[in-house]
Ligand binder design. Structure first.
Ligand code: C2O
Ligand code: CU
Length: 495
């Protein structure tokens, strides 16, 4: 990887950081890197994790480790990765397969790995109760049983999640199924089906990754990486390319769009395919959210994936502080002179069965404010909610705060019933596990809890701005048999 060439970006960022508009309150100015990113590094494609299927179980091995990565000009950064120095391989499993992942922690501090978006037993979830000490191994196993989707994995140690993700731990977990496999969609990994893991970081002049001040929402970095590559270029070889977009940033949101104004075709949200493709100018992803989009290019064309300023429902100063006013070049797509043909995106993608609102057993309300949910700070020893298995619930969620928050629920994929009483926009009409909550807007989410009861092991729900989560904007629920009660879960890390 070239280390030169980022000087230009560094200069742009430095100049932007001193733009007028930085007030005495420490608010940051908006930055604009459009046309200023030197796209000269080939986009790194995370390798597919090797799977051992000999025993009837699909086995993956992941080793959390420290390493050094040459990411920007000036030198190397101390980073963390799985089976490498930065990020981790892409795990891939088919619906119906039983997987077992053996995680070995070679770091000098305890961490966890959580399978974000996965339906699985709470003891396999990799939340803050499944800490893996240095030198220890953890081997969760479960049967994958949900529609094809782009999920991901990342650490979840309570109070340290932001730092562990920022250091570089994380990766994609792609679920396949027969239905999706039968559709005419780009599906050759690394060729016309590309992971796009987007993160913002800050580096010093020696190329070292640095933690910056947190302010309200955590760290907002000035250097955008895709799959750990700064200034990334992807050489497009087919007429249509599927991008599996993941916002793996700790705090920043992205409003993705193409630099020449052409639309993208969105085909999937967090939990799988939409019922039909959507032509969109912009795709807003807040931390933790995913979208699959198909981009169409002519031979020889170049187009930049950008993040545009976004309306998060914030005041101007808060929008600037959150990075929502920034305009950022993210990834250059450069089409070859000859492109392999690709079929048109099918007009119908999936049947997204609507969860039945008339069958709702319980409605719960969650207010996110001041790094609390319903005025409570996360307590590992307290079960906040008890859910009965095989029931459907509505969770009414709202952000009663002027800061940006989103809401993520473990174990389930939900559907958005309404946004302030109105039907959700089409991009929120499919399966979701994380949703942005603009201030003072009420979201009604419907979800169904099935199997995997465990009165002694909770799942989490929380804001996925990881600094907020770490500060306590998280709660816990257990799924029990009818009439069941939660067990005492203790206050520790539940080794
Ligand atoms: Cu992606 Cu509880 O997290
Ligand atoms: Cu938040």
């Amino acid at each position: 990887m070239s280390r030169r060439g980022f000087l230009a970006l560094g200069a742009a960022v430095t100049a932007a950081a001193t733009l007028p508009g930085c007030s005495a309150l420490g608010s940051r100015g908006a930055i604009d890197t459009v046309g200023r990113v030197d796209f000269r590094n080939r986009l790194r494609i995370p390798p597919l994790a090797e799977a051992d299927r000999r025993g009837g179980t699909t086995e993956f091995a992941l080793a959390a480790q420290a390493g050094r990565s040459a990411i920007v000009a000036g030198g190397e950064a101390d980073t963390w990765g799985l089976n490498g120095a930065l990020l981790g391989p892409t795990l891939r499993a088919r619906r119906g397969e039983t997987v077992r992942i053996t995680l070995t922690n070679h770091l000098d501090e305890a961490t966890t790995l959580h399978w974000h978006g996965m339906h699985l037993p709470a003891a396999a979830d990799g939340g803050p109760h499944q800490m893996v000490e240095p030198g220890a191994t953890w081997s969760p196993s479960w049967r994958v049983d949900q529609p094809a989707a782009t999920l991901w994995y990342h650490p979840h140690p309570h109070g340290q999640t932001e730092r562990h993700v920022y250091r570089g731990l994380g990766g994609l977990f792609i679920v396949d199924d027969d239905h999706e496999a039968a559709l005419d969609l780009p599906r050759t990994y690394g060729v016309d089906d590309i992971p796009v893991i987007v993160q913002d970081k800050t580096f010093d002049s020696t190329g070292q990754l640095i933690e910056t001040a947190r302010h309200d929402n955590g760290m907002v970095g000035d250097t955008i990486l895709v799959n750990g590559t700064a200034g990334p270029v992807f050489e497009v070889g087919a007429r249509r390319t599927r991008l599996r977009l993941l916002n793996a940033s700790t705090a920043r949101s992205y409003n993705f769009g193409l630099g020449d104004g052409r639309p993208v075709t969105m085909i999937a949200s967090d939990g799988g395919l939409l019922s039909e493709p959507l032509s969109l100018q912009r795709v807003l992803l807040t931390p933790g959210e995913r979208a699959e989009v198909v981009v169409e290019l002519e031979p020889g064309q170049e187009v930049t994936l950008r993040s545009y300023p976004q309306d998060l429902g914030l005041t101007d100063a808060r929008a600037r502080n959150s990075g929502a006013a920034d305009e950022l070049d993210v990834l250059l797509l450069r089409a070859a002179a000859r492109l392999a043909p690709s079929p048109e995106v099918p007009a119908r993608l999936a049947v997204v069965d609507r969860l039945d609102e008339s069958a709702v057993a319980v409605t719960r309300t969650f207010e996110l404010r001041n790094n609390r949910i319903n005025d409570e700070e996360m307590d590992l020893g307290r079960v906040d909610d008890v859910v009965t298995v095989d029931t459907t619930e509505v969770w009414e969620v709202w952000n009663g705060h002027r800061q940006p928050h989103n809401f993520h629920v473990h174990d389930v994929q939900f559907q958005v019933l309404s946004v302030d009483g109105r039907p959700p926009p089409p991009e929120l009409s499919g399966w979701k596990d994380t949703v942005y909550l603009p201030p003072e807007v009420r979201f009604r989410l419907i979800m169904r809890f099935t199997e995997h009861t465990d009165p002694a092991m909770p799942y989490m729900y929380h804001c996925h701005l990881l600094w907020h989560e770490d500060q306590g904007m998280m709660g816990q629920f257990v799924v029990v048999e009818p009439g069941g009660r939660p067990a005492d879960i203790g206050g520790g890390h539940g080794h």
